[in-house]
Design a protein around this ligand. Structure first.
Ligand SMILES: [Zn+2]
Length: 292
């Protein structure tokens, strides 16, 4: 059984870019008679905007999404992340790092997604005291077949280096939390924005280290405005819940779908029934960004 998910960060009301991701992940799951879950990625509490989780949920409800299971919040799952992190520590797969951002910037090479940490603290045997925790990136090739973007090959040590699992401020890293949550929620297919495509091989590497099953992935293009990803930070306009049908049609257009028949439906229920039936992932543009 297909089990998919949508995992927004509650940092503001839903905007077009996140609505597109919700639509794509929902249609792909439902087209395969699957289950679709929602998870709030609220680990980075300073960025959390009070009430925006409720606003996102309300907006999804208004747009006619039906999700399965209770919505889970990462901020309630700290003990679970710590348990798995302790397993990795016991395996000897991790170490503490005291380097500042500046020290790393001065000595590191730039990789696919930021600096490649040069392993300065690997043999220092530091204790936990306000230090970041990193996983040892072994010389491992990761290959996966993305349902939209095609074959991806990356080398964990050469392209990323030892990456952070827990930050020096005590916050569990996105990569770690996502891998644990997806496995424990029995997710098997992840449709999300292409800004996360370069996180995927690190997540697969963590899955292997934690003996979790592997997933199927599809990365849809992300919507950009002046070459920047739409986000709450660049004040992209929230979707207007008074224009439900227009919003959804705009998402289908963005995703390259044939929407003429869907557009003729006059109830939200029929709209979704037809959209689910006609969903064709092969029509999604195989590019990483679309300027809107
Ligand atoms: Zn260090």
């Amino acid at each position: 059984m297909y089990i998919g998910r949508f995992a927004p960060s509650p940092t503001g009301p839903i905007h077009f870019g996140s609505l597109v991701t919700a639509v794509a992940s929902y249609l792909d799951a439902k087209h395969h008679d699957g289950i679709w879950k929602i998870r709030m990625e609220d680990l980075d509490q300073p960025r959390f905007v009070e009430g925006s989780d409720k606003a996102i949920i309300n907006s999804l409800h208004q747009h006619g999404f039906h999700w399965d299971d209770e919505i889970i919040y990462q901020s309630h799952r700290i003990d679970i992340y710590q348990t798995y992190l302790s397993n990795l520590n016991q395996q000897g797969s991790t170490y503490f790092c005291e380097c500042s951002r500046k020290e790393i910037a001065d000595s590191a090479m730039t990789g696919i997604d930021g600096m490649i940490y040069p392993g300065t603290c690997r043999n220092k045997k530091l204790d936990a005291n306000h230090h970041a925790l990193r996983i040892i990136a072994k010389d491992t090739f990761i290959t996966f077949e993305d349902k939209i973007q095609g074959s991806i090959h990356q080398n964990i040590s050469k392209d990323f280096g030892d990456f952070i699992l827990k930050r020096s401020d005590g916050i569990y890293a996105y990569q770690l939390a996502v891998v644990i949550d997806d496995a424990l929620q029995n997710i098997n297919t992840i449709i999300r924005g292409a800004d996360l495509i370069d996180s995927t091989s690190r997540q697969i590497y963590l899955q292997k280290n934690l003996s979790f099953p592997s997933m199927n992935y599809g990365h849809i293009p992300i919507a950009t405005l002046n070459q920047k990803k739409l986000s709450k930070e660049n004040h992209s306009t929230p979707v207007n819940d008074a224009n439900i049908k227009n919003n959804l049609i705009a998402c289908l257009k963005f995703l390259g779908q044939d929407y003429e028949l869907i557009e003729k439906e006059n109830t939200l229920t029929n709209f979704w029934t037809t959209a689910i039936q006609l969903w064709d992932i092969s029509l999604v543009p195989k590019i990483k960004t679309i300027e809107i």
